[in-house]
Design a binder for this molecule. Structure first.
Ligand code: PMP
Length: 414
C-alpha cells in the first residue's frame, strides 16, 4: 500500500504536467451532435412522480440510462480513455486494445466509446453475470472472456485477469511508467542506429491499456467534474441529500464530493445491497461485522441478483470520497425487485437493479427528512440489461426471492 501511495504521488505529478481537455457543461440542445461521445453526459434530472407525490419529498433521478452505451459508465470510459490519451498511453486507430475487468456496464461503455474513438475492447467478466450484457458486448465487437467468480486475492479473479491480459498484450497500465518503456524499447533500436524512427514506430505500435476502473482516479474525476457539477447546475444547488450505491465507488465519491462542496448541508448516503461489506465500513468503520452471515456473503459473490454495486474491499475510488459519506442503508434483493416493478407500474420507468436499490434507500431516507426536502440519486442503467436475472420472475423464484410490489407501499407508509 505504500508502493501504491507513492505511485499515485508520481502519477499526480505527471498528470499535473498535462492539460486535460475540459468539456463545457451544456444542456442537451437542438444542435447536431458531431460524434457518439458527444451524447455522453448532460443527462436530464427526472422527478420521480410516484415516489415524490407519495412521500412529500422530491426524489430526483439523474437519467444515466440515456447515455449512448446505456449507463453511467460511459462517462468513466470516456474520461479514462481521454486521460490515457493525454498521457500518451493510448493512440487511436493503432490497433490498441482497452482491457478491463467488469460485471458489464463498464465493459459495454469501453467497447462503445472505444469503437467511437478507434480502440478495441477486451473484457473479462465473472461467468455468473446476466447473459444480456455478454450479448451486448459481442454485438459491439468486444472480445469477451468469462472467468469463475473468485476472491480479489485469486490471480484468476476478473480484475486481476484483465491486468494480466493487458501486460501479456505487451504494454502499459497506469502502474507502468511510459517514459521508462519508451527509453528501454528505443535503446534497443538505437543500437541499430535510428533513434527517432524507433520512437515514431513505437508511437504507432498497438498498445494494451488496463482501464482499471477500481483504482484509476479518472473514474472519480468523471463524476467530480461531470455528474456532480451537472446536478448542482440542474438544481440550482438546492438539494438535501444524495443517495448512491458503490461498485468501484467512483459515483458516490466523485458526485458526493462535488455536491457536498457546493452545498455542505447535503447528506451523502450509501445504498448497499445485501452481502456487501461497505455498509459496515460506513456505519462502524470495519469491513465485516458478525451479523454478516456466510450465506449472504457466499451468495453475493457467486450468484448476485443486484449487479454493479456492493463490494467487499475498499477501492481507491471509494476512498477518494469516503469521508463525506454520512450514512448507509442495507437494501435487500426483495426490496430492490419490488421497487423496480413499482416504478414500471406507476411511472413507466424500466430500470436496472442498482437504480432500484438507490430508490429504496431514497424512500427510507425520505421518511426521516422534513416534507419538501429534495433527494438526488442516480438511475444507473435500464432494465434491458437485466432481463435474464433481476427482471426474470422465473429466475428470482428459483432463487427464493419473492416478487411483492406491496413491499414498496409498506416502505412508503412506514
Ligand atoms: N450501477 C451499475 C449498473 C454499475 O454497473 C455500476 C458500476 N459497477 C454501478 C452502479 C456503481 O457505480 P460505481 O462503480 O461508480 O460505484
Amino acid at each position: 500500500s505504500t508502493r501504491l501511495a507513492s505511485f499515485w504521488q508520481a502519477y499526480r505529478r505527471r498528470r499535473a504536467l498535462v492539460t486535460l481537455p475540459k468539456r463545457p457543461i451544456e444542456v442537451r440542445s437542438d444542435e447536431i451532435v458531431p460524434s457518439t461521445v458527444g451524447l455522453i453526459g448532460n443527462t436530464p434530472l427526472l422527478r420521480i412522480a410516484s415516489l415524490s407525490d407519495a412521500l412529500g419529498v422530491d426524489v430526483l433521478g439523474k437519467c444515466e440510462f440515456l447515455n449512448p452505451g446505456g449507463s453511467v459508465k460511459d462517462r468513466v470510459a470516456l474520461r479514462v480513455i481521454e486521460d490515457a490519451e493525454a498521457h500518451g498511453y493510448l493512440r487511436p486507430h493503432t490497433g490498441s486494445v482497452l482491457f478491463e475487468g467488469t460485471v458489464g456496464s463498464t465493459g459495454i461503455s469501453l467497447a462503445t466509446v472505444g469503437k467511437a474513438k478507434g480502440y478495441e475492447a477486451h473484457i473479462i467478466m465473472p461467468d455468473d453475470v446476466a447473459v444480456d450484457k455478454v450479448l451486448v458486448l459481442e454485438r459491439l465487437g468486444a472480445t469477451v472472456e468469462r472467468v469463475r467468480p473468485a476472491s480479489i486475492i485469486d490471480e484468476n479473479q476478473f480484475v486481476n485477469a484483465a491486468r494480466r491480459r493487458a501486460h501479456e498484450f505487451g504494454n502499459v497500465d497506469l502502474l507502468s511508467d511510459r517514459a521508462e518503456l519508451v527509453s528501454t524499447q528505443a535503446t534497443e533500436s538505437e543500437a541499430h542506429g535510428n533513434a527517432s524512427a524507433a520512437r515514431a514506430s513505437l508511437d504507432a505500435k498497438p498498445r494494451g491499456f488496463f482501464a482499471d476502473q477500481f483504482e484509476n482516479e479518472s473514474n472519480f474525476l468523471a463524476h467530480y467534474e461531470g455528474t456532480g457539477p451537472e446536478i448542482v447546475r440542474q438544481t440550482g444547488g438546492h438539494y438535501d441529500a444524495f443517495v448512491s450505491g458503490a461498485g468501484t465507488g467512483g459515483t458516490i465519491s466523485g458526485t458526493g464530493r462535488a455536491l457536498k462542496e457546493a452545498n455542505p448541508e447535503c447528506r451523502v448516503v450509501l445504498a448497499d445491497p445485501e452481502g456487501s461489506g461497505l455498509f459496515n465500513r460506513v456505519k462502524y468503520g470495519v469491513m465485516f461485522a458478525p451479523q454478516e452471515s456466510e450465506g449472504t456473503k457466499r451468495r453475493h459473490q457467486v450468484d448476485t441478483i443486484v449487479e454493479g454495486i456492493g463490494i467487499n474491499r475498499v477501492t481507491r475510488n471509494f476512498e477518494a470520497g469516503e469521508r463525506i459519506i454520512d450514512d448507509a442503508y442495507r437494501i435487500s434483493d426483495a426490496e430492490a425487485v419490488a421497487m423496480s416493478r413499482y416504478l414500471v407500474q406507476h411511472d413507466g420507468l424500466f430500470l436496472g437493479s442498482s437504480s432500484a436499490c438507490n430508490l429504496v434507500a431514497c424512500v427510507r431516507l425520505a421518511k426521516r427528512l422534513p416534507k419538501g426536502s429534495r433527494i438526488v440519486t442516480i438511475l444507473c442503467d435500464s432494465g434491458a440489461r437485466h432481463q435474464s436475472k433481476f427482471w426474470s420472475d422465473e429466475y428470482l423464484t428459483k432463487h427464493g426471492i419473492e416478487v411483492d410490489v406491496g413491499i414498496v407501499d409498506r416502505l412508503i407508509a412506514g
